[in-house]
Design a protein around this ligand. Structure first.
Ligand SMILES: [Zn+2]
Length: 266
């Protein structure tokens, strides 16, 4: 069974509403359990609405760090929405993005609301840490005592991974596009993926390629092949491993009991 722990159904990554509809139908027809990320309040509302079309689309509530400045006087409202969400993300810290308008302090204040909710309600957190701030993001998580945290497309150093692995957090890996990378980048990505403990590896599509035929049921098997090659495993084993790890990530988290029912043992 395919389980995609991080997908965007909305703008700015998926703007074509016709394609979005095909994507949702593809997810439903192929029973691809999908954690649909949101980027702000409006995006979350839409994602919840789209999730109504298939039980395989699970809406996740998040606000990207770039927009943190817009929410400084609305943190109570954000905290309230966390109370009713099934899972949290995409959230995090990012000082390197060209989209960035928020300061680090604003990003930390926003992240704090989500981390507290995750701790209180034992919820899954889908995390975006970029631009050298990975160690600080990790410290926030470690201090808070959250358990179900996912480093979405990890971009920090291999050294920091020792500590993250020790803490037992998860990593989600997606389209590596290795053939299009520079050799040193290819090497970095390969080493990073190999350093992820087998029981902490999750898979994600994140952003679908733009062409009309790039549906989850087409892209996900390519990710399986890629990761299988890097890890020296079979495609079948990687698929089963991802499924098993998602089941463990969910564990007895109270908000996601319905998802567990969808994850039949392979
Ligand atoms: Zn994302």
């Amino acid at each position: 069974m395919y389980v995609d722990t991080h997908l965007h159904l909305d703008e700015p990554w998926l703007t074509d509403s016709e394609k979005r509809q095909r994507v949702i139908e593809d997810i439903a027809a192929n029973k691809i359990l999908t954690f649909a990320q949101s980027c702000d309040l409006a995006s979350y509302e839409k994602t919840v609405e789209w999730a109504g079309q298939s039980k395989y689309v699970i809406p996740s509530f998040g606000i990207l760090p770039w927009y943190a400045d817009q929410y400084m006087d609305r943190l109570d409202e954000v905290a309230k929405l966390c109370e009713t969400a099934i899972m949290l993300g995409e959230i995090g810290l990012d000082l390197a993005s060209s989209r960035n308008e928020a300061t680090k302090e604003e990003q930390l204040a926003l992240l704090d609301v989500f981390v507290k909710a995750s701790k209180t309600h034992d919820m899954i957190l889908n995390l975006h840490f970029r631009g050298g701030i990975e160690p600080e993001g990790f410290e926030v998580l470690k201090r808070s005592g959250v358990k179900r945290a996912i480093f979405h497309w990890y971009s920090g150093t291999l050294e920091l991974m020792d500590e993250i692995n020790e803490a037992g957090f998860y990593y989600s890996i997606g389209q590596t596009n290795l053939s299009r990378r520079r050799p040193e980048q290819r090497e970095e990505i390969t080493q990073m993926i190999r350093k992820i403990p087998d029981d902490r590896l999750l898979l994600e599509i994140d952003v679908l390629p733009r062409d009309a035929d790039a549906l989850p049921s087409i892209i996900f098997p390519r990710i399986l092949e890629d990761v299988a090659e890097i890890k020296g495993m079979s495609v079948v084993d990687v698929e089963a491993l991802n499924q098993k790890n998602v089941r463990e990530l969910i564990g007895d988290s109270p908000r996601v009991s319905e998802i567990s029912d969808l994850l039949k043992p392979s």
